[in-house]
Design a protein around this ligand. Structure first.
Ligand SMILES: [Zn+2]
Length: 256
């Protein structure tokens, strides 16, 4: 523990973390508002588990990032890519600071659900997976593929961390009025959550059927892709990552 000091640089004259924020060392150091010490420990442990699992599955070093656990009153001053603050309660990953940062709110927005013991760790691992993916150059791809990666990663980390997702997934609405491919923006936050949950169901089923190697192939497939990925190519990438029988399996999935 110690003072935040200059662990996160100030950009464009804007102080990105209030001076009284403290640092908790770890695979991903956590900068946190002094009154959020207990949550900082929890988050630090999830991120440590996530780093170890993903580094192992992907055979890569963890990305050099930090996490900011931001108090509600400081949310509007948190580092971000856009000029305007993001809605309160929504975690994100930003490369607007050095090192890049996972920005986590004091409390997740009420829209995050289902609420189970898995909600917070899955959310931390989702953002961590974005950071792992973006540690290398990645071309643009359809939203469903770009978000399937972190959802599959967080489900795979849960598997290694012996966190059962059964109870969590039982509470997911598996029959919203869209599939992961046909949700078209601008979607409201509730539809966005349903979209993420549907991706989690699809990703978990894929991991069960094809194993962790599916996730590894998906990461490397995206890292090796040189051109913008259109819908057709996105499906090819996923089928290739699934491996033998992948196309048929995918065609049988109601979420897809
Ligand atoms: Zn995401």
């Amino acid at each position: 523990m110690g003072r935040a000091g200059s662990a996160v640089e100030v950009q464009e004259g804007r102080a990105v973390t209030p001076a009284d924020y403290r640092v908790l060392d770890g695979d991903v150091p956590v900068l946190y508002a002094p009154r959020l010490g207990a949550k900082a420990l929890e988050v630090r442990d999830y991120l440590g588990e996530g780093c170890m699992a993903l580094s192992g599955m992907l055979s890569v070093e963890p990305p050099g990032i930090s996490a900011l656990l931001v108090a509600d009153e400081d949310w509007k001053d948190a580092p971000r890519d856009n000029a305007r603050p993001y809605p309160p309660g929504f975690p994100y990953f930003t490369r607007s600071v050095e090192p890049p940062a996972l920005v986590l709110p004091e409390e997740l927005s009420p829209v995050f659900g289902p609420r189970t013991a898995a909600t917070l760790p899955l959310t931390c691992w989702h953002e961590l997976a974005h950071a792992f993916l973006l540690a290398r150059e990645v071309v643009k791809s359809p939203a469903w593929l770009g978000e399937l990666v972190p959802q599959a990663a967080s489900a795979a980390i849960a598997g290694r961390a012996h966190l059962s997702l059964e109870d969590h997934q039982l509470q997911v609405d598996r029959e919203p009025e869209f599939t992961v491919r046909n949700l078209r923006g601008p979607a409201g936050v509730r539809d966005q959550m349903s979209f993420q949950n549907l991706l989690l169901v699809l990703a978990s089923a894929a991991l069960e059927e094809f194993g962790e190697d599916f996730l590894r192939r998906l990461f490397y497939g995206l890292w090796e892709e040189g051109e913008i990925v259109d819908e057709e190519r996105a499906e090819e990438l996923l089928v290739d990552a699934l491996g033998p029988g992948g196309r048929e399996w995918l065609a049988s999935r109601p979420e897809f």
